[in-house]
Design a protein around this ligand. Structure first.
Ligand SMILES: CC(=O)N[C@H]1[C@@H](OP(=O)(O)OP(=O)(O)OC[C@H]2O[C@@H](n3ccc(=O)[nH]c3=O)[C@H](O)[C@@H]2O)O[C@H](CO)[C@@H](O)[C@@H]1O
Length: 352
């Protein structure tokens, strides 16, 4: 069996889900492992395979008591998984606390372990486990230096089938479906959970400009904005399972700089002004965004500098050079991440 683990936030879960979709297309049997309290539990209807949801808790950014609980939950979950792993099983983990138990169980059992690092600066989970892994798959050039050279393979980040399907639509079709006109269209999104800072900024932008737009607030902040755009051409959503349609309809984005968001924007050629989440572990969102800025596919501004007028100027700069920015950001999207991952797994597949 091939076990795929990843979760906690959408950023860890969605690429794991995307890989599972590819594995199934090739009739490779697999199972998913995630966390009971992670986003993967809520979105488990998207999983086309059996999922095991562990009672495991996050470690970073928690109080000392919560950290103890987290460590206990990680070790007890690993011990729970251990007897389930057979020697011929292979594990691929996508980082985060939700995937650590499978990683540890695989190390203890001595079964082949593969890692995918989504970000430019690795998670502690992946860095710890990399010494035991057969290969480490990465999305960003910048992250290569954190792992043993001989193990790193730059594959890019797998993207879910539902997201790729949106590419079949034209911009006009997508806008018609969303009831949007052909005016410049701004997408504002703060990753899988939304971002209060971007939500406030978005409201100011839409009030002051004649951008039409899509504003994804995140579930927690939706109440504040759901009626805020009366008589304005702004579609406000808490969360959508149809991001492909949204990306297709938009000309540019104001966004956090999570790895999946960046990869998806790149796939759709939507350039962005990135305001990285300032408290992301080891500031990884800033380095993610910097790689895109380096390619010419977007601009980056620190949250503390992101006041309305500066942001408007930068958005205007992107909009007036949209074609070049758009072409440049597409260079980041790797054409076939799943294929590259499967090629690396190939020598282990006969073990089934
Ligand atoms: C605050 C923080 O630390 N965030 C991290 C978290 O991000 P986060 O979970 O926010 O993840 P990403 O930005 O990578 O991805 C967001 C995902 O949510 C999806 N989406 C979003 C809104 C919506 O309405 N519908 C929807 O499906 C997007 O299509 C995308 O696939 O994990 C990522 C992967 O390790 C990191 O790069 C991010 O830095």
């Amino acid at each position: 069996m091939l076990y795929v683990a990843g979760g906690g936030t959408g950023g860890h879960f969605f690429p794991a889900l995307a890989l599972i979709e590819c594995l199934l297309e090739r009739e490779i049997p697999c199972k998913f492992v995630g966390a009971e309290r992670g986003i993967e539990r809520k979105l488990s209807h998207l999983l086309p395979v059996e999922g095991k949801f562990l009672k495991v808790y996050p470690f970073f950014g928690r109080s000392p008591v919560e950290k103890l609980r987290s460590l206990y939950s990680i070790f007890s979950s690993s011990l729970f998984l251990l007897p389930k792993l057979e020697r011929k099983d292979v594990s691929i983990i996508f980082g985060g606390y939700a995937s650590l138990p499978l990683g540890l169980a695989s190390v203890l059992r001595g079964t082949p372990l593969f890692l995918h690092e989504q970000n430019s600066i690795p998670s502690t989970t992946n860095q710890l486990l990399s010494r035991f892994a057969k290969r480490v798959f990465v999305s960003f050039e910048y992250s290569k230096k954190f792992f043993p050279k001989e193990k790193v393979v730059k594959t890019g980040l797998p993207v879910r089938r539902a997201l790729i399907d949106g590419l079949k639509l034209s911009k006009e079709q997508a806008r018609a479906l969303l009831n949007l006109s052909d005016k410049p269209t701004l997408l504002v999104m703060g990753g899988s959970q939304g971002a209060v800072f971007l939500n406030n900024l978005a409201f100011e932008i839409f009030k002051k400009t004649d951008f039409q737009g899509v504003h994804i607030t995140g579930e927690k902040d939706y109440e504040r904005f759901k009626d805020a755009y009366k008589n304005m051409p702004v579609l406000v959503l808490p969360f959508t399972e149809n991001m492909g349609l949204i990306y297709r309809a938009c000309d540019l984005a104001l966004s956090r700089a999570g790895a999946s968001t960046i990869t998806e924007l790149s796939l759709y050629g939507v350039p962005a002004l990135f305001v990285p989440f300032p408290h992301a572990i080891r500031d990884h969102q800033y380095y993610n965004a910097k790689e895109i800025e380096g390619l010419g596919g977007g601009l980056v501004i620190r949250q503390e500098e992101a006041e309305l007028n500066t942001v408007l100027k930068l958005l205007e700069k992107i909009l007036s050079n949209r074609e070049e920015f758009s072409k440049a950001i597409t260079r980041f999207a790797d054409q076939n991440p799943c294929e590259k991952i499967l090629n690396s797994l190939q020598e282990f597949l006969p073990r089934y």
